[in-house]
Design a protein around this ligand. Structure first.
Ligand code: ATP
Ligand code: MG
Length: 422
């Protein structure tokens, strides 16, 4: 036998036994987004590498070491998308959408980052994201928070904390950068290798470090919030007042900077202590300068992304089962004519009972083996079509999950029976 084929490390299959949870989670999320007036968009998985570099920033983890990139024969460099916002912004600019009206959109799909795979951190993972283009005021930032807060309530999520911060305007960030560089320069001996590098390239990223030895250095660092300009302070105050109006609790985390370059003003994350180091479930913020930087008209924007694998891990850790059990019927038939009839019956049942699962036996095995299969898939009922039933234009119903007795009846009566029992 030749060597067994295997998937790539950090890129997972979704097995049949796990997919029901994913489907119902995605449906819950999409239905909620739609009720808030967001429309679905889909962008290609592959974009020009330059699109990501310009959007995400050259000095970020993603662009420096996590992108899957290659050169085309033409010499052009392409990449698998590591996140969704860059492609979304590219699409907005290319199709001139923000000029028409405010754009409220959501996307879903696979993202790719060359990271060290571990629980909650994969090389192919899935995000669902929300973006608003064309609104500067903080009501937009708050709407995103409200939607996700509502989502956690719908799915019953616990032990999840909303952390917020503001990064101010670009001018504020530039002034603060100088202060930060001076502070870390004074404490250079406490920085690790990455930190020393980031001090030169992007000192904000030191604040985002997961290195525990640097925690106290980071928490004693000067806070951007103390250097805010009036306009940014007001924006942040307004943002908070919307959250307060709905009693949404949050923690102000002044070290929260996010790992991507494009953010300004509002940034936020929902974190949990239930998943070890992979603690961020959903993250986002405002990126008012990005559209212009990418070649579009100046357009304020704000967005977020949920990491679906981490959300699913959290649902499992908290024993939250989103899937409703659906009544299922196994149609068991024996004999040539009976097989034809069973196809017709299954068709009628699908029409009449659209919310019930109907398994029609495909093995054409013995009655006994068909029953065993029905048992194995945990069907609620067996619907039996033998020679006698066929001759009398009837079928027999046998409950498989309780002690109820077998009954024989015509198809209309059976449909009525299932409608009453679903
Ligand atoms: P982290 O700090 O954990 O590396 P990040 O800041 O790189 O996260 P974002 O780029 O903000 O993450 O992506 C938004 C969300 O996508 C994260 O909060 C997380 O839930 C999820 N996510 C990011 N990278 C991965 C990954 N490699 N595997 C699984 N989920 C991921
Ligand atoms: Mg990361």
């Amino acid at each position: 036998m030749s060597k067994k084929i295997q998937a790539i490390r950090g890129m997972n299959d979704l097995l049949p036994k796990n997919s029901a949870l994913w489907l119902s989670l995605e449906k819950t999320i999409f239905d909620l987004f739609i009720t808030y007036g967001y429309q679905n968009i889909r962008t290609p998985i592959v974009e020009k590498t330059d699109t990501f570099c310009r959007a995400i920033g050259g000095d970020t983890d993603i662009v420096e070491k996590e992108m899957y990139s290659w050169k085309e024969a033409s010499g052009e460099s392409l990449s698998l998308r590591p996140e969704g916002t860059a492609g979304c912004v590219r699409m907005m600019i290319e199709h001139n959408l923000p000029r028409e009206s405010i754009q409220k959109v959501f996307y879903q799909g696979a993202m790719f980052r060359h990271e060290r795979p571990q629980k909650g951190r994969y090389r192919q993972f899935h995000q669902v994201g929300l973006e608003i283009f064309g609104v500067f005021n903080a009501k937009a930032d708050a709407e995103l928070i409200i939607i996700i807060h509502t989502l956690w309530q719908i799915i019953g999520l616990k032990n999840i904390v909303l952390e917020i911060n503001t990064l101010g305007s670009n001018e504020v960030r530039n002034a603060y950068r100088k202060v930060l560089v001076a502070y870390f320069n004074q404490h250079k001996n406490q920085l690790n290798e990455d930190g020393l590098k980031q001090l030169k390239t992007n000192p904000f990223r030191i604040l985002d470090s997961k290195n525990k030895a640097m925690y106290s250095l980071i928490s004693d660092a000067p806070k951007l919030i103390d250097y805010l300009d009036k306009k940014s302070t007001k924006h942040f105050e307004q943002f908070k007042s919307y959250l307060d109006a709905l009693n949404i609790t949050y923690v102000i985390n002044t070290s929260l900077v996010r790992g991507l370059d494009y953010y300004n003003r509002t940034v936020f994350e929902w974190t949990t202590t239930d998943l070890g180091t992979q603690s961020t479930i959903c993250a986002g913020g405002r990126y008012d300068g990005l559209i212009e930087k990418m070649g579009g008209m100046p357009t304020p924007a704000v967005g977020l992304a949920i990491g679906l694998e981490r959300l699913v891990l959290l649902l499992e850790a908290q024993n939250l089962i989103l899937t409703k059990s659906i009544l299922s019927i196994c149609l068991i038939a024996f004999g040539k004519k009976e097989q034809i009839k069973s196809i017709q019956i299954a068709n009628t049942l699908h029409d009449e009972l659209p919310n019930i699962i109907i398994y029609n036996d495909l093995t054409l095995g013995s009655f006994k083996s068909q029953f065993e299969k029905a048992d194995k898939i945990k069907a609620n009922f067996a619907l039996i079509l033998g020679e006698q039933e066929l001759n009398n234009n009837q079928i027999s119903i046998k409950p498989l999950r309780n002690q109820g007795k077998q009954q024989t009846m015509n198809l209309e009566e059976a449909i009525k029976y299932f409608k009453e029992n679903q």
